[in-house]
Design a protein around this ligand. Structure first.
Ligand SMILES: *[C@@H]1O[C@H](CO)[C@@H](O)[C@H](O)[C@H]1NC(C)=O
Ligand SMILES: *[C@@H]1O[C@H](CO)[C@@H](O)[C@H](O)[C@H]1NC(C)=O
Length: 437
């Protein structure tokens, strides 16, 4: 073993031991109240709830809401303040939900953009100037990860901690606003996240709280699909509920836990097609996100991911997925590399990070004994950071919201499968699955 690696492992053991000792007398704080959003009058064409997302290579989608139906879907942008050298026009949509009718939701794709560059932009020809930074085209790249956000005092604490870290992209494995049919709560959520989501791309997938369906009256995901349009068209998918994107040597796949996933489904067919295009020379890391965890030793939501796991795990294993992030359970858990229910050096590391801070509180009860694959589990609010350093190494850390301080509570170096010899072995399996009709 290399001395450097040995040193890292020693450091890791020390850190984990210290972390475990600290958590022994750690008193978990109770849930916090839902935030109050005072109404402030704005002109009907004033851009609100601004957020951005990646939209294919070198492009970004800017989304915002105006109450005015005639306000243009135009974004002006440039690399220096107040000097907009480019302009793009997009589309807009609106929806109604019983007595509620949404504002106009504008989606405008801007680009081509330079990598790792700050842009200044303005929406709809008026209102404040926003600033965004495009992700780098090469390692290192950092992701902030937090699911099950909601809009409580804890959500605010989580977002403040994310704001303090240096990151390029936010990934959210489902459950955004906890609007739960109350549509104006989608608007307050948009307002809450705007300071962060207008500055760095938010790549999200949907959870049960996005469904909001009422049999015979309302389809699922009406609000989510209207407001959080993700690059599904850009990634060859015909549904906003599953898509993929590339960034700096990483291929990330966002799946839907609440849409069909069996081997005859559109989602499964799209996943096969998407995986057949992945080139691990170009994107050595393969990340996957979806809402309902497959490896979960919390009592909450036990077994809910089993059907999807049975359908899709063989495919993701054959494709050599490195890390799988999920939410749903309001707690944090990290597994060893696993496959088929047990440790497997060629499987993926599964991380449950559904602890963003929503109103439902934490999931405290864990199954005993702890399964052999579970490395770290704790019911606290917090967020994660994945710093992908190069093609083989990434540093993962989980930051607990210890009252109002972010405390680094779990951390580990992850190595990609690319250097492991697993991929050659798995690729035979993959070819077999891909060639079946
Ligand atoms: C605006 O930006 C362009 C291109 O970067 C530059 O040539 C021009 O001088 C700038 N104008 C002002 C007023 O700063
Ligand atoms: C990747 O990063 C790790 C951790 O910093 C380092 O030990 C390793 O040598 C790097 N590999 C390459 C090929 O640069």
């Amino acid at each position: 073993m290399e001395p450097k690696l040995l040193l890292l492992m020693v450091v890791e053991v020390v850190v984990l031991t210290v972390g475990a000792a600290a958590s022994a007398d750690y008193v978990r704080p109770p849930p916090r109240k839902t935030l109050h959003f005072p109404w402030t009058p704005k002109s009907s064409s004033y851009p609100q709830q601004v957020h951005i997302s990646l939209a294919g290579a070198k492009h970004m989608r800017v989304t915002w809401v105006t109450s005015d139906k005639h306000s243009p879907s135009v974004v002006e942008y440039g690399t220096s303040p107040k000097n907009y050298t480019s302009k793009a026009e997009g589309e807009n949509t609106r929806y109604s939900y019983f007595l509620y009718s949404s504002g106009n939701i504008h989606h405008t794709v801007i680009g081509p953009l330079e990598d790792n560059t700050v842009y200044f932009y303005r929406c709809g020809g008026e209102g404040p100037e926003f600033q965004l930074k495009t992700p780098p085209s090469q390692f290192p790249v950092t992701f902030a990860v937090a699911g099950d956000l909601g809009q409580t005092g804890w959500t605010k604490s989580t977002l403040d901690h994310i704001d303090q870290c240096k990151y390029d992209i936010h990934m959210l494995p489902g459950d955004l606003s906890y609007a739960d049919y109350i549509q104006r709560k989608w608007d307050t959520f948009g307002e809450l996240v705007q300071p962060l989501a207008s500055a760095r791309p938010w790549m999200v997938t949907q959870g049960n709280h996005e469904k909001e369906n009422i049999p015979l009256l309302k389809d699922s995901f009406v609000s989510y699909n209207s407001r959080w349009k993700m690059p599904y068209e850009e990634s060859g998918s015909d549904s906003n509920l599953y898509y993929s994107f590339d960034v700096a040597g990483i291929h990330a796949i966002m799946l839907g836990s609440y849409t069909d996933y069996d081997e005859y489904s559109d989602q499964y067919r799209w996943l096969k097609a998407d995986l057949s295009k992945v080139d691990r020379e170009r994107t050595p890391w393969l990340l996957v996100l979806f809402h309902v965890p497959w490896y979960n030793s919390n009592e909450a939501h036990q077994g809910e991911g089993d059907d999807m796991m049975t359908a899709m795990e063989p495919l993701l294993h054959a494709a050599g997925a490195d890390v799988v992030f999920s939410g749903h359970v309001h707690a944090y858990e990290r597994s060893k590399r696993v496959y088929n229910g047990k440790s497997d050096p060629c499987g993926a590391v599964h991380i449950t990070i559904g602890d963003g801070g929503n109103k439902e509180g934490l999931a405290h009860k864990y199954k005993e004994p702890r399964p052999e694959w579970s490395v770290f589990r704790e019911a606290s609010f917090g967020h994660g950071e994945l710093n992908v350093v190069n093609s083989t190494h990434a540093f993962w850390s989980w930051h607990r919201n210890d009252d109002d301080e972010p405390v680094r509570s779990d951390e580990v170096w992850l190595t990609s499968l690319i250097g492991s010899g697993c991929l050659a072995e798995n690729s035979r399996e993959l070819r077999k699955i891909l060639s079946s009709p």
